[in-house]
Ligand binder design. Structure first.
Ligand code: SF4
Length: 342
């Protein structure tokens, strides 16, 4: 049996003339018979929407949780990190374009069938506290992530997404009971940038973020600061203001350094001064935890107590060097530090 015959997709409905409407991500594709959605990994086969990525993992690694980055979620633990090929965005600066864009270019990445039970068993065997759905976009291998996350929860293993945040609110509500943490890329605060550079839209990402917080999933936000794309003070202030005002001042914001890649291979890297300014803008907006990323050794990688300024978690790159938290509190002033600590 070909894999197209099984693993019916979740979150779709029949439409007129044998078409189906996918409700998984903000594109809400209307897919004709034998056609694929924009992500190229969901296909209408005889009026049934089929996931082509369920049995096709292209990456299974063990990473520190800090690499996601998730800084306020079980620091110092390992996360089994898995990915299937494909994405619902087409970011011109994608750093994993070889696997995220492969289906779009017609490249066949065979992938590996690793059933949920095996993934969970592997996480346990490798001493991982969580499984992360990452590297590409977990939304497009939603069914595998959902089945695995349900099973993982039964075994006491947490689940994390690293996502572009383009899930529909319905998709968020479906996965939320089994999703412990998510890092969402808020890539810009201008809809025209989302449309032209990512081939997406801004509003569904903001809606998804609000819904994640409402559902009680631990949320961290990352913005890759790309020169001349999203690095103006006004736009950075808009992003920081949205996080602080609508998601809450305890939501960590990671501002990451861009290096040229994919269709923007020749573009200049983000100046360190720009990142430091972004950190400052985040703090001025009221965010309590703002981190710089992709700059190993930078002073803004560690967690300080927002009340007394004590060093709480010291990091270098993806390594946690020290953790002074005492049951989630600052050992010096007793302030509670937002996060999932055990
Ligand atoms: S996941 Fe998104 S891009 Fe893929 S078929 Fe569904 S709506 Fe379209």
């Amino acid at each position: 049996m070909s894999k197209e015959q099984y693993h019916e997709a979740m979150l779709y409905e029949p439409a007129e003339d044998g078409k189906v409407r996918c409700r998984l991500c903000g594109h809400e594709c209307l897919i004709g018979p034998d056609k694929l959605g924009i992500c190229r990994v969901r296909k209408n086969v005889g009026g049934k929407l089929i996931s082509l990525s369920y049995d096709a993992l292209v990456s299974v690694n063990v990473d520190p949780i800090e690499k996601k980055p998730l800084f306020h979620f079980l620091p110092g633990t390992l996360s089994l990190s898995v990915a299937a090929a494909g994405c619902n965005f087409q970011c011109a600066f994608c750093q994993n374009w070889q696997i995220s864009q492969a289906p779009r270019t017609g490249k066949v990445l065979a992938g590996q069938a690793v059933p949920p039970a095996q993934l969970v068993a592997r996480a346990v065997r490798r001493g991982c506290a969580s499984i992360s759905y990452t590297y590409t976009e977990p939304t497009i291998f939603f069914e595998l992530a959902y089945d695995t996350a349900r099973l993982a929860q039964e075994k006491g293993i947490k689940s994390c997404f690293v996502s572009n945040g383009f899930m529909t609110p319905r998709a968020v509500r479906t996965i939320a009971p089994f999703l412990d943490a998510i890092n969402v890329d808020l890539k810009a605060f201008r809809d025209e940038t989302y449309r032209s550079v990512m081939k997406g839209r801004l509003e569904p990402v903001l809606t998804c973020l609000r819904e994640l917080v409402r559902c009680g999933v631990w949320v961290e936000v990352t913005t890759l600061v790309v020169p001349e794309m999203n690095d103006s003070e006004a736009e950075l202030a808009d992003i920081a203001g949205f996080i602080a005002g609508e998601l809450g001042p305890d939501v960590p914001w990671h501002v990451s350094r861009f290096h040229g890649d994919y269709e923007m291979i020749a573009a200049a890297s983000t100046p360190i001064a720009t990142l430091h300014r972004a950190v400052q803008i985040g703090r001025e907006a009221g965010l309590r935890y703002v981190y710089s990323g992709n700059v190993p050794g930078d002073e803004n990688e560690s967690t300080l107590c927002p009340r007394c300024g004590s060093m709480l978690i010291r990091r270098t790159g993806f390594a946690m060097a020290a953790n002074r938290l005492d049951a989630g509190r600052c050992p010096d002033c007793g302030s509670r530090i937002a996060g999932v600590w055990k």
